[in-house]
Design a protein around this ligand. Structure first.
Ligand code: PLP
Length: 411
């Protein structure tokens, strides 16, 4: 990041004190902060263009429709989708994955089929598959996480035995929200494609942190949330290949997504309208488009390098804090911009509460990864997650705070 001070100036929320100390926001894995550009896009929309989309013929409705559809095209470009109709606006990653589970999986899976996922999934990319498997009589199988403490990577060798002809769906996270592991998404999609399985990528942790090219990845579906990429809460995306989305039965039905309705039934429009029943989240979709502009102006390669750099510094500095165990890949293994750690004798909730006194925003808990936590022999970890506005000096604040906590609890 060439001009970190300028980037920080773009985020009004960062310039405040918390508990009498400058805010050090290291909870970006949970949600990112919003630049002025995104906040302005929301205000502009509500002050000038607010109207319902698609159905109006007056000036405001046409402006709102243009801005909403413009955001769809912008997001298609952001992930290199072939067609804006491949972008479905949702509430976020969770809803996007649930749409695939409800609409695609229930229609395509039958008893005896296998849904393959990994041991490192967020509950959002795990529970929906367990539910659909139960409903249709399919089985969920897991690609193991390798020697989690040392590596935290996926056991790619296990794919040879796991990718049987019964596997109809492979759903995996791009970057683990607890381990920081970056999975080889293109490789996983290629292996799944070779046996005719459909692929779903949970890009919640990668979307705002690296270049994403759905065509190069070769995925069928990709899900992400706007709030983790400098956009608003309440808006997210389900990307799907056009051919799949046009065939998919809608998960929700109602206004805006029908061609014709009689007292006997209805027919559906093609994608994207068929998957967006009712009035959509217009303002937040438009602001998500502004977030794409912002991130591309900074440069996603620069952001990825910055995140990686901070994670490396954090790993080095945390590794010498007494009593700490760092979780996830080490030794140069691919790793996103987050570091999870655990103290043998201090619970993560105590760590986060004490760190808050030092102005730090961290996250402690199971991070919606309960089965992974059990596998790691932990109940919780503390997570520091970095983004484009964080500095190396903030890692020093983190380390000083952790040393204070360790001393207070353990002596
Ligand atoms: N998947 C991963 C890897 C996540 O980290 C998260 C959120 O933390 C989600 C899915 C769910 O995202 P949302 O709560 O925005 O739907």
């Amino acid at each position: 990041m060439s001009d970190l001070a300028r980037t920080r100036a773009d985020f009004p929320i960062l310039h405040q004190q918390v508990n009498g100390k400058p805010l050090v926001y290291l909870d970006n894995g949970a949600t990112s902060q919003k630049p002025r550009r995104v906040i302005d896009a929301l205000v502009h929309y509500y002050e000038r263009d607010n109207s319902n989309v698609h159905r109006g013929l007056h000036a405001l409705s046409m402006r709102a429709t243009d801005a909403y559809e413009g955001a769809r095209a912008r997001i298609a470009k952001f992930i290199h989708a072939a067609d804006p109709a491949e972008i479905i606006f949702t509430r976020g990653t969770t809803e996007s994955i649930n749409i695939v589970a409800h609409s695609w999986a229930r229609a395509h899976l039958k008893a005896g089929d296998v849904i393959l996922t990994t041991e490192m999934e967020h509950h959002s990319n795990l529970v929906p598959w367990q539910q659909v498997a139960r409903a249709v009589g399919a089985t969920v199988r897991y690609i193991p996480v390798l020697g989690a403490d040392a590596e935290g990577g996926l056991d790619y060798a296990a794919l040879d035995t796991l990718l049987t002809p019964e596997v109809k769906l492979l759903a995996f996270t791009h970057i683990s929200n607890t381990l920081g592991t970056i999975n080889d998404a293109a490789r996983l999609c290629a292996r799944a494609r070779a046996i005719g399985a459909t692929t779903v990528i949970d890009a919640a942790q990668s979307i705002g942190h690296a270049r994403i090219d759905v065509q190069a990845l070769g995925c069928d579906f990709l899900a992400f949330s706007g709030h983790k990429m400098c956009g608003p809460t309440g808006i997210g995306v389900l990307y799907g290949r056009r051919a799949l989305l046009d065939q998919l039965a809608p998960d929700e039905t109602g206004g805006g997504m029908v061609v014709s309705v009689t007292y006997e039934g209805a027919t559906w429009k093609p994608s994207p309208e068929r998957h967006e029943a009712g009035t959509p989240n217009i303002a937040d979709a438009i602001a998500l488009g502004a977030a794409c502009d912002y991130l591309d102006e900074i440069g996603r390669d620069a952001i990825a390098a910055h995140d990686h750099h901070l994670a490396q510094i954090a790993m080095e500095k945390l590794s010498v804090v007494p009593g700490i165990r760092i979780i996830g890949p080490r030794g140069g293994q691919p790793r996103g911009g987050l570091v999870s750690f655990a103290f043998a004798e201090v619970h993560a909730h105590d760590v986060v509460t004490f760190a808050d006194e030092d102005g730090l925003a961290l996250r402690g808990g199971h991070h919606c990864n309960q089965p992974l936590m059990r596998k790691l022999g932990l109940t919780s970890t503390t997570r520091a997650s970095f983004y484009l506005y964080n500095t190396a000096a903030e890692i020093d604040v983190l380390v000083a705070s952790l040393r204070r906590i360790q001393k207070f609890f353990v002596g």
